[in-house]
Each structure stands twice: as C-alpha cells, then as structure tokens.
Design a protein around this ligand. Sequence first.
Ligand SMILES: NC(=O)c1ccc[n+]([C@@H]2O[C@H](COP(=O)([O-])OP(=O)(O)OC[C@H]3O[C@@H](n4cnc5c(N)ncnc54)[C@H](O)[C@@H]3O)[C@@H](O)[C@H]2O)c1
Length: 305
Amino acid sequence: MKLAIIGMGKVGATIAFNIVMKGLCDQLMLANRNIEKAEGDAMDLQHSLAFCQHSMQITSGAIVDVEDSDIVVISASVPTSKKLSSRMALGAANVALFKEIIPGIASNNPDAVLLVVSNPVDALTYLTTKLSGFPTSKVIGLGTLIDSARFRVMLSESEKIHPDDLRAYVLGEHGSNQFPVFSQAVVGSESINDNLLHRELFNKVKEAGFTVYHHKGYTNFAIANAACEVIRTVAYDEHRTMPLCTYFDEWQGVMDNCFSIPVVVGRKGIIRHLHPTLNAIERYDLQSNALRIKDNISQLCDMDS
Ligand SMILES: NC(=O)c1ccc[n+]([C@@H]2O[C@H](COP(=O)([O-])OP(=O)(O)OC[C@H]3O[C@@H](n4cnc5c(N)ncnc54)[C@H](O)[C@@H]3O)[C@@H](O)[C@H]2O)c1
C-alpha cells in the first residue's frame, strides 16, 4: 500500500504521524510546497519507526514526485487564521491552489483514491472530481465524518455510554448548514430522541471546529484520526459505513451535488450510497443544504477560469 500526503502542515503532519503509529501502509510519501519541511517530517517519522511494530519506507519531495500511489491525501491549503469564522473564507484561494495541483496529481496517480481534507471540503471535493476526471467513487471528501464523531462523543458524555456504541450521523455541509439525522440515531437499539438537550449538543457540534480554532489556531488530532479511519477502511477493503462527502448525480431526490451522505467504503473508494428514511425535518434540512452547497460550488468553482 503506497500512500502520499500532499500538504505537510498541522493536519498533514498529524495524519502522517497517525499512519506511522497505526502502520497503515508500506510506503509513505510526504509532499509539501516547502520541501525542507516535508524532509524534516520524513526524518523525524523514520526515527520513530524504532518504536513501531510495522516497518515502512518514508520518503519526501515535491508534488511532482508523488507517483503511482494507492491513496493520496490532500491537505494542502493557504494558511488559516486563528480568527477564521467560516471555511468559505479559504474558498477562492484554495480553489486556485487545487486548479494548480489536482491535474498533475491525477495524471501521476491514475489508480489512486483521492482523500480531500482541505476546506471548504464540499466545494473542493466537487472540484477535485471534475479536475481529476476520476470516477466519483474514487474522490472522497472528509466532510461530516468529523462532525459525526464529535456528535457521538458529546452524546456519549451525556448518555454515559461509549461513543463506539452510538450511531448518530451528521449529514450535509461540513459547515453551518449540516444537520443531524435523529430519526436514525440509536444507542444500543434505543432511539436517540430529537429533544432540547440533544439539539443543544448538536449546536455545540456545529461550532466545535471553530471553538478549537479559537483556542489553538487549528484543529489536527481528531481530523487526523478521521482521515486514518477512511485510509484504513480503503487499505484493508473493510466495507465500513460512514458519512463522507461525495459527488453524486442523485441522492434522496437531490440532483447533481457534492456533500456528505452515508456511504460504504472499501478498496475502490465509495462502493455504495446508503438511503436512510429521513423524516420531514431532515428532508427539509437536506433540501436547504443542497441549495446552499450548490450555490457555494457555482460561486467558487467556475471551471472555465
Ligand atoms: N475537513 C476537515 O474537517 C478539516 C479539519 C481541519 C483542517 N482542515 C483543512 O485542512 C487544510 C490544512 O489545514 P492545516 O491546519 O494543516 O493548514 P497549514 O497551513 O498548517 O498547512 C497547509 C500546508 O499546505 C502546504 N501547501 C500549500 N500549497 C501547497 C502546494 N502547492 N503544494 C504542496 N503543499 C502546499 C503548505 O506549505 C502547508 O504546509 C486547511 O484547508 C484546513 O481548513 C479540514
């Protein structure tokens, strides 16, 4: 399994550390605009192999050196600020960056699954799908997997039950429009009700990324674990279900859009879309997400410029 990370900032470096600790590949390639930083990370991670069960080859270089990967994680980005209050603020500059880098990544890594982490992730996953020419199944945006994880952790604290035993999906935009699917949320086989307490927790989930940003200027640990969950599922063809961002022609009556829906993931990327029965509130939330995201995509991702 050959894995590359493009963009060795706070998130890319933490994903790399997790991959090494968990032994998720045999060859790990780190690429960054500032190559010296990628070289430093590669050396530092090599030194940590003495404490790992799984040996791997760790190399570094420029984006053009990333070739024939099975998975390419894209966490390259213009710098984010501690004052960030909307992921869309990164939109225009990251769209320009992706227009510069995605065609080369796609042609040098024709069989890869591309995992988009950079924000705004829904628009960038759409753009990556279009620019790469890859099948929609092979371009995955990290999307609301992280929001769903935060929701499960917060519900677990309130229910005093391990988060692994909770199923609670947040779907839609990785942003302020995301919505919880209470109608399908369960702990054991008991429903998690749509009540005031659980709505308050969900409101904290929506703000959680920015709460962390405002404290430390970035988020890295939870997002790196979310990325590794997808990477392991692809690497070992695990066929796990999770909410992830994908471009789709049609989902639950929404046409031609790109945001997080429940999917099954395996070695070939997204191998199936799941279709839970949504209640009236959730169908309304889905429609308003679809409009908002479509609008963001058409504002940001003009394919002719
Ligand atoms: N999807 C999510 O839930 C989620 C969570 C956290 C962060 N993010 C996003 O991930 C991205 C990275 O965040 P970060 O905190 O690591 O940012 P960062 O500024 O620390 O790192 C960005 C890295 O990209 C590199 N880079 C820029 N242009 C490049 C190019 N052309 N080629 C190669 N490398 C290039 C920079 O040198 C830098 O090392 C941001 O867009 C952030 O918003 C997403």
